[in-house]
Design a protein around this ligand. Structure first.
Ligand code: ADP
Ligand code: MG
Length: 753
């Protein structure tokens, strides 16, 4: 056994307990010794400093020091090897538990010294400690995410964490509610409550430790610059308390982690003032339009004119006098007026000089061109681009994007862009996807307050625009397509401080390992881990979706309905034609966490009293053959709906109509009558239930055409329309998640004062 670190002896161990070296001293000592991690004794001292219980511990250099060390400890004892070379002590045969006498402890040290792995390792000494009372073993961990800063993790020990990866993460700092939700999220949560004859683990004690590690003044926040990874494995939790019996802290080399402070908190007025020239520019410059009139910038000039932009458009061109009938200028410094927004699509290398020549006369430069940070050889050029924009006084959007669609400013890059100003604000890291969202959104009834494609986000990031949308009175809901959040910490802080004031729907690209590889080549940097995004969603109430369609569907619902903050959506009534479809939908909704449960008896009695024709099912799902729905031009349906609302009192009503069943059987007005009947009932019970319409078609062109018309009239009445019951379910489930989030938080804040 080599004794390489002289400083460890019983006296020092006592000092660790009695003098309580400060955390910074512990960390500095490890760094000075060239260590990447704190040893277990130092790790435990650090935990003790933050109020986490650790076993009473002594450090000995060998069997000779055992007797002295044990004087301060109570049996039973545990002995462990201390070595920077051994990560898993028990795997190396370096842990002995349940020892009762001095001789047993000495014997254990001698035996362990003989183990092969220990023989070949540097051994700093032996940790002798009291054995913790029995309990359940949990893991509490910490990790510094490069984008989001410190994360805290909890899971059940053993196979739960190692094999099943049953853990939950949160971005620090967490509050009590976050800690509770972390525990509830574990699949093994029931085990903590004492399943199958086991003793329960004190929930309060676990929450207390989580807050001491991951809370506002917790260890991970206080040492965010120093700690790369933390591992309390295990935390032994009994019915009454929790003890950290193993502790490992990996430290950042040289305290090199970037600081946590972000630009957040500049205030809403600032965001509005800063971004109004982008969303409603008074003057526009276009760079890259040619005299031949065929480039994308030429198209852009035509588009914004058609779209109704009436301010001056200044083409910038090195030699031409006129482009698309507009007088051209040689430089951004030569235009008659300063420029709010410049649309730039010229070869990448030409852009930095162009921008630096703006001399403070340009507010926003959107660089469409690629060849920057998304490819290795363009990184340096991207840095120069940012510097040039700053030197010229402009904020930069992009590069490597497609443009901007802002109906209020009458600017658009997209071929098809509705003129109406709506409440959906979108930020997209992909240009093509931005186009898809506009087009699909148009087909489904989305109305935008803005859509900005941000590409590589070299300067302006999704967080900046999110701040604007939160402050913008026009915007009701925000949609973000994100591949990389370089300023994840700031994104987290903005979302968290907003406390669900507006719903935010996040479509995250690169959540899987394969997806991350694709994202890396796309936007030029690595995407964060999926776990962080789930944590972000749980902590801030933003809703994660997986596909473009789900994105559009969810935004549509938030556009149309007002979330129920006091009473989150739980009970859903399905009403329509198609028995099998109703049954399948009931199962599907149950899986989404939406409850489609039978009505109470009095409601069923009221419905039965209507004497509906045979084949009508009235329990929820309410399933009516077309014949029933057609009766009295939809007035029977109105009576059914009235009973559902007045007596059944659902939180949401999904009316689904299989259109092919109506074809050839009825006058086309029937569907219209049905929708109108539903709207009349809805008006009688304001705010009682979210109403959603599903128009199902078999794809037959004439039917699709009618569906388009019905969709338009429903949208005009303020009703969200979906193609399938399942799609409506996903949107409703997203709405439910948001409502539950704000409900829980607002109720809690109400209670706290
Ligand atoms: P490692 O994880 O490096 O193998 P640990 O210090 O976690 O070593 O010890 C291994 C196991 O021994 C723990 O998971 C725990 O079950 C038990 N153990 C260790 N120290 C104590 C202690 N002080 N009290 C009770 N059990 C302990
Ligand atoms: Mg361990």
């Amino acid at each position: 056994m080599r004794r390489s670190v002289e400083s460890f002896n019983t006296k020092d161990a006592k000092e660790i307990r009695q003098l309580k070296p400060s955390p910074s001293k512990l960390i500095a000592a490890a760094r000075n010794a060239g260590r990447r991690a704190l040893d277990e004794a130092a790790g435990k001292a650090l935990l003790a400093h933050y109020g986490v219980a650790v076993p009473k511990t002594a450090v000995v250099r060998g069997p000779d020091e055992v007797e002295e060390a044990l004087k301060a400890l109570k049996a039973p004892f545990v002995v462990k090897v201390i070595s920077p070379d051994i990560l898993h002590k028990s795997d190396a045969g370096g842990v002995r538990v349940r020892l009762t006498t001095t001789e047993e402890v000495r014997q254990a040290i001698r035996a362990m010294s003989g183990q092969a792995q220990i023989k070949s390792a540097r051994v700093d000494g032996w940790l002798v400690e009291e054995m913790a009372a029995e309990g359940q073993e949990l893991v509490v961990g910490g990790l510094r995410d490069p984008q989001f800063g410190p994360l805290v993790m909890v899971g059940l020990g053993g196979i739960f964490v190692e094999v099943l990866a049953d853990v939950s993460f949160r971005i620090c700092p967490i509050d009590r509610l976050d800690a509770e939700e972390m525990l509830d999220e574990l699949k093994g949560a029931a085990i903590l409550r004492g399943a199958r004859g086991r003793k329960a683990a004190s929930r309060d004690a676990i929450i207390d430790v989580l807050l001491k590690i991951g809370g506002e003044n917790g260890l991970l926040m206080q040492h965010a610059q120093d700690i790369a990874e933390a591992d309390i494995n295990p935390l032994i939790v009994s019915e009454t308390g929790a003890v950290a019996v193993d502790a490992r802290f990996v430290i950042e080399a040289g305290g090199s982690a970037p600081s946590l402070s972000s630009k957040e908190g500049r205030g809403t007025r600032d965001a509005i003032a800063a971004f109004t020239p982008l969303f409603a520019p008074k003057t526009v410059a276009v760079i890259g339009a040619s005299t031949k009139g065929t480039t994308f910038p030429n198209v852009f000039i035509r588009r914004i004119r058609e779209f109704g932009f009436e301010g001056p458009i200044y083409p910038i061109h090195p030699s031409a006098a006129e482009i698309d009938g507009l007088p051209a200028y040689q430089s951004l410094a030569d235009t008659p007026e300063p420029i709010d927004y410049a649309f730039i699509a010229i070869p990448a290398a030409q852009i930095p000089p162009l921008l630096s020549s703006a001399r403070g006369r340009l507010r926003f430069a959107q660089v469409i061109s690629s060849g920057f940070g998304e490819v290795e050889e363009g990184r340096e050029l991207q840095d120069r681009l940012v510097e040039a924009a700053r030197a010229g006084g402009a904020r930069l959007i992009g590069p490597n994007c497609l443009g901007l669609y802002t109906p209020r400013g009458k600017i658009t890059f997209a071929e098809i862009s509705p003129k109406e100003v709506g409440g959906v604000g979108v930020i997209s890291q992909s240009g093509g996807l931005g186009t898809d969202v506009i087009r699909r959104g148009l087909a489904r009834g989305l109305k935008f307050s803005g859509l900005v494609t941000v590409g590589n986000c070299a300067d302006v990031t999704p967080s900046d625009l999110l701040e604007f949308y939160f402050a913008d009175a026009q915007t009701r809901v925000v949609g973000m397509y994100i591949e990389t959040a370089r300023d994840g910490r700031r994104l987290f802080e903005i979302l968290r401080n907003a406390r669900g004031s507006k719903p935010v729907v996040v479509l995250k690209g690169g959540r899987t390992k394969q997806g991350i590889a694709a994202a890396a080549s796309h936007t030029g940097s690595l995407a964060g881990d999926d776990r962080v995004w789930v944590a972000l969603s749980r902590e801030t109430g933003c809703v994660l979706v997986d596909t473009v369609d789900e994105f559009v569907d969810t935004l549509l619902l938030f556009q149309m309905v007002t979330p129920r903050r006091e009473h989150p959506t739980e009970r859903v009534v399905l009403f329509g034609n198609g028995g099998g479809a109703s049954v399948l939908a009931t199962d599907y909704y149950a899986r989404l966490g939406l409850e489609v449960s039978p009505f109470a008896n009095d409601t069923i009695a009221e419905l039965a009293a209507l004497n509906l024709p045979p084949g009508t099912s009235i329990t929820n799902p309410v399933d009516c053959p077309v014949g029933t729905l057609q009766q009295e031009e939809g007035r029977v349906a109105e009576k059914i709906l009235d009973i559902i609302y007045s007596s059944g009192k659902p939180d949401a009503l999904v009316m689904h109509l299989n259109m092919s069943a109506f074809v050839g059987r009825s006058k086309p007005e029937v569907l219209d009558n049905l929708v109108k009947a539903a709207m009349r009932v809805q008006e009688h019970y304001p705010g009682q239930a979210h109403f959603i319409l599903v128009l199902r078609s078999d794809g037959d062109p004439p039917l699709e055409e009618r569906k388009r018309e019905f969709r338009a009239s429903a949208l005009a009445l303020g009703v969200a329309v979906y193609d399938e019951i399942a799609n409506a379910g996903h949107a409703l489930a997203a709405l439910q998640r948001f409502e539950r989030f704000v409900h829980k938080r607002e109720r809690l804040n109400g209670v706290n004062g």
